[in-house]
Design a protein around this ligand. Structure first.
Ligand SMILES: Cc1cc2nc3c(=O)[nH]c(=O)nc-3n(C[C@H](O)[C@H](O)[C@H](O)COP(=O)(O)OP(=O)(O)OC[C@H]3O[C@@H](n4cnc5c(N)ncnc54)[C@H](O)[C@@H]3O)c2cc1C
Length: 346
């Protein structure tokens, strides 16, 4: 596909498992994380979305730049964060407008809140419907001639992949199997140190007359995010559950926790408003940072992963950089964004 000499095949046995489960927020600028490489990646990743959305013609159902509201429980900390946000805004056009909103002003932006908190409004913040995003990208890829094979692969050696009863040879291989990447590269004798983390979200359904799609996302400190979508849907999430392995069972405990967190801001919610519970498996490294690059022993194999809880923000840019590298249009351009791969091999 893409040109006369290159054919591309995408193997995926779960068609974007974590990505599909996520209702993602793209708003990394006021994160509490102190990892500079991660921030650089997340900041550029958020900015990259304007190109991705335009080039792939993603519709409003997939990606909405409807703003985010970030809170702090301590009013003094909120004022300090606002000062920092104004500072960052000067060199970060993607943040858009930055304002400190009182409770009344937050209520005006999200009328469904019964107990609105004060917060910082960042107009460039966005939300993504993970499932619609995966479907959109797959259909775009198919349109460009990428062959999609919904099967699990196993490495036979560094050029040969087994799937079903077949084995096929590839010149270059990109491995981005999310939380499963450790198992994927083990047959090559490489131990990538990545662990799974379970994440659950609940969908609350209201009357379709609610136009939540124009609402911003509420990101309250030490609580669950409230992510409004069209057709009266509010998504509340997500949990961060270690020690659950690859378990994808929704739990009552998570449901109750997420509902009770949402009730701090919308007091009249009831369990009957829950229409769905979605579960995904995130991938974490020991320093919570993503990695990208070619494997030390096999320079035809590129790996990218450990995207953790911000992979919708960072993943597309990582994919773009690898694609550019493989099409010969750039040298490795990720050293500012992630530590060398050797840091993540045990
Ligand atoms: C509940 C939840 C909420 C989240 N919220 C946000 C958010 O607000 N903002 C944000 O930026 N990020 C968010 N994230 C994180 C983000 O969704 C993930 O980091 C990102 O989607 C990971 O993408 P990935 O392609 O690495 O993994 P995945 O989307 O999991 O894709 C990996 C795919 O590889 C497949 N696979 C595995 N092994 C093989 C094999 N051997 N052969 C073939 N295929 C294989 C899997 O089945 C899977 O489909 C959230 C995640 C979760 C779970």
């Amino acid at each position: 596909m893409t040109d006369n000499n290159t054919s591309i095949t995408l193997f995926d046995d779960g068609l974007g498992q974590a990505t599909k489960a996520a209702s993602g927020i793209i708003s990394p600028w006021l994160s509490k994380r102190r990892n500079k490489r991660w921030y650089h990646l997340a900041k550029d990743g958020a900015e990259f979305f304007s190109k991705l959305v335009k080039d792939s013609q993603a519709s409003y159902d997939v990606y909405q730049r409807s703003g985010t509201i970030i809170t702090r429980n301590d009013p003094e900390k909120l004022t300090k964060l606002f000062e920092l946000a104004k500072q960052k805004q000067k060199s970060t056009p993607a943040m858009g407008e930055v304002l400190l909103l009182d409770q009344k002003e937050v209520k005006q932006k999200m009328p469904i809140l019964t107990n609105p908190p004060a917060g910082i409004w960042v107009s460039g913040g966005a939300k993504i419907d993970g499932s619609a995003f995966v479907n959109h990208l797959i259909s775009q890829a198919e349109g460009l001639g990428v062959e999609i094979i919904p099967q699990k692969i196993k490495f036979a050696d560094n050029h040969h992949l087994r799937f079903g009863n077949q084995t096929e040879s590839f010149d270059k291989i990109i491995v981005s199997t999310g939380a499963w990447i450790k198992q994927t590269v083990l047959p090559l004798g490489i131990n990538l140190e990545v662990r799974p983390q379970k994440g659950q979200l609940i969908d609350l359904n209201f009357s379709k007359d609610h136009h939540f799609d124009s609402y911003p996302v509420l990101m309250p400190e030490s609580s669950s995010d409230i992510i409004p979508f069209e057709n009266g849907k509010l998504v509340i999430g997500a949990t961060h559950e270690d020690d659950c392995g690859f378990d994808l069972q929704p739990t009552d405990e998570a449901k109750q926790l997420l509902l009770s967190n949402a009730r701090h801001f919308i007091s009249n919610l009831s369990e009957t408003d829950i229409s769905d519970v979605r579960v995904g498996t995130r991938a974490y490294t020991k320093d919570f940072a993503p990695f990208v690059g070619s494997l030390p022993k096999y320079n035809n194999i590129y790996v990218a992963g450990g995207l953790g809880s911000s992979g919708l923000t960072t993943g597309p840019l990582i994919g773009y950089l690898i694609a550019k590298r493989l099409s010969g249009n750039s040298e490795d351009s990720w050293s500012d964004y992630s530590k060398p791969i050797s840091n993540y091999i045990g």
